[in-house]
Design a protein around this ligand. Structure first.
Ligand code: SF4
Ligand code: SF4
Length: 441
């Protein structure tokens, strides 16, 4: 790789090129015909799992932040019995939507997990109480099954005095039944030593949290499984997010093909990047055939089954936005990953691992002289591309307090890439992320 060729123009160009694929993916998903199903066509949940100390048995697949009343109703009718939300989702609209839907269901049969966010510390006990009461009002319910600290970025927040004293009172009043923590990893600008596993293991050690929500998938298996094992030993309930990192494969493949068709003149850095990608892609495709996997969809299903097959991962959250997704995902309930599918995922990891930043990792952060939150930016890009939550991703990217990659990465040697133990092509991915998410900023 010739770093000297990595000028600002090239940096943005690398992003423009790879961003093309994500636009394609978005269009194809938006253009997808959404069929209206009757209830009998939607698969039923096949497996329920003991949910730590909560006394609940939860569906192995659950509702992430819901965005559509009809879809949420269909999920509940199909046996999904856990809904994840948070005051920050849609400025409370997620909780309002849930409130409207659960009125028609038996409240005691549904586990509602909500969250309160703070950047560094909760201002006061009273504020936490007030915000929890507002959550309950929006949810039109007397209690939440679990209230979590949203996106804990360091271990200090786990001991927050205002949060815990408020929760002690709210538990006595019957308004909150369990406490929990969600975590994507650290905000390294504040503390480079914190990581997803460190924060989650500290939450278990603390002893006051009954439900942990973490990013876990076959790409970050080492980090996730360390936490899940500890949860198992301590009878802590677990919820999984970001379970499917298979998205960059198709996006980049589409772009490589397009470049070849257009016979575009491209710069040296970009050419080198894509040549490398194409070789790996071609190798991977050969291997996939051996495992009976021919389409990206099959790989994505295998990724979901990888998580579903781990009994310590009690329920996997999915942000269902339409009936097609409901049908596609719910049919995986109760399924286990096959040996062939496992081999296909290993091959994907081996060949395409450099295109996926491991959620929860922060191993390269201390190497960056500009304090760019690499993991956070690439997670926002995951929202943009894989979850198709473009507005949310763009808003989060705009709120970053750090410099943006385009301001500094073009003149940097790429210390993050050298420090990454997984060999992730960080600068190209950051360029893609910047191009995706700066659209409206
Ligand atoms: S290329 Fe990597 S190390 Fe350099 S400024 Fe950008 S994020 Fe930081
Ligand atoms: S680029 Fe590599 S080291 Fe940096 S956060 Fe991602 S996976 Fe970890």
């Amino acid at each position: 790789m010739h770093h000297s060729k990595f000028t600002r123009r090239n940096f943005l160009r690398a992003g423009t090129l790879t961003a093309f694929g994500s636009v394609l993916a978005t269009k194809s998903s938006l253009g997808q015909k959404t069929t209206i199903y009757d209830d009998s066509e939607i698969p039923k949940i096949k497996e329920y799992r003991k949910f730590g100390k909560t006394g609940f048995e939860v569906s192995d697949i659950s509702s992430g932040n819901p965005s559509n009343e009809a879809v949420l109703k269909a999920l509940l009718k199909s046996g999904v019995n856990l809904i994840d939300t948070g005051e920050a989702y849609g400025n409370g609209n997620s909780e309002r939507l849930i409130g409207e839907v659960i009125k028609d269901f038996d409240r005691s049969s549904i586990f509602i997990n909500s969250k309160l966010y703070t950047e560094k510390a909760f201002p006061s006990k009273q504020e936490v109480i007030d915000r929890t009461n507002q959550c309950l009002e929006r949810l039109q319910t007397d209690y939440v099954d679990c209230m979590q600290i949203h996106s804990a970025e360091n271990t200090a927040i786990l001991k927050d005095e205002a949060f815990h004293s408020a929760m002690e009172q709210l538990k006595k009043e019957g308004k909150v039944r369990h406490l929990g923590v969600s975590c994507h990893g650290s905000n390294w600008a504040y503390n480079t030593e914190e990581s997803l596993d460190k924060i989650m293991l500290a939450a278990i050690e603390d002893g006051r949290f009954d439900v942990l929500l973490l990013a876990y998938n076959f790409m970050n298996a080492e980090i996730g499984e360390k936490v899940l094992e500890a949860c198992d030993k301590n009878n802590i309930a677990t919820l999984i997010m970001k379970s499917n990192p298979v998205y960059i494969y198709g996006l980049m493949e589409g772009r490589v093909n397009k470049l070849n068709e257009q016979e575009e003149e491209i710069d040296e850095y970009t050419q080198a990047f894509f040549d490398k990608y194409k070789i790996m892609n071609d190798h991977a495709r050969e291997f996939f055939k051996d495992f009976g996997v021919t389409e990206e969809k099959e790989l994505m299903e295998a990724a979901s089954k990888y998580v579903l097959s781990n009994n310590s991962a009690h329920s996997t959250l999915w942000d269902f936005s339409n009936f097609d997704e409901v049908t596609r995902m719910l049919k995986l309930s109760g399924q286990k990953i096959s040996k062939q599918e496992k081999l296909a995922l290993n091959t994907y990891k081996q060949h395409m691992g450099q295109f996926a930043c491991r959620i929860g990792c922060n191993a390269c952060h201390s190497a960056c002289p500009e304090k760019i939150p690499v993991n956070k930016i690439l997670r926002y890009n995951y929202y943009f591309t894989a979850k198709r939550q473009e507005k949310r991703a763009i808003a989060k990217f705009a709120q970053l307090k750090s410099k943006k990659p385009a301001e500094v990465c073009s003149t940097c040697e790429g210390f993050c890439e050298k420090a990454c133990p997984f060999g992730v092509s960080t600068r190209s991915l950051l360029a893609m992320a910047q191009n995706n998410m700066e659209i409206l900023t």
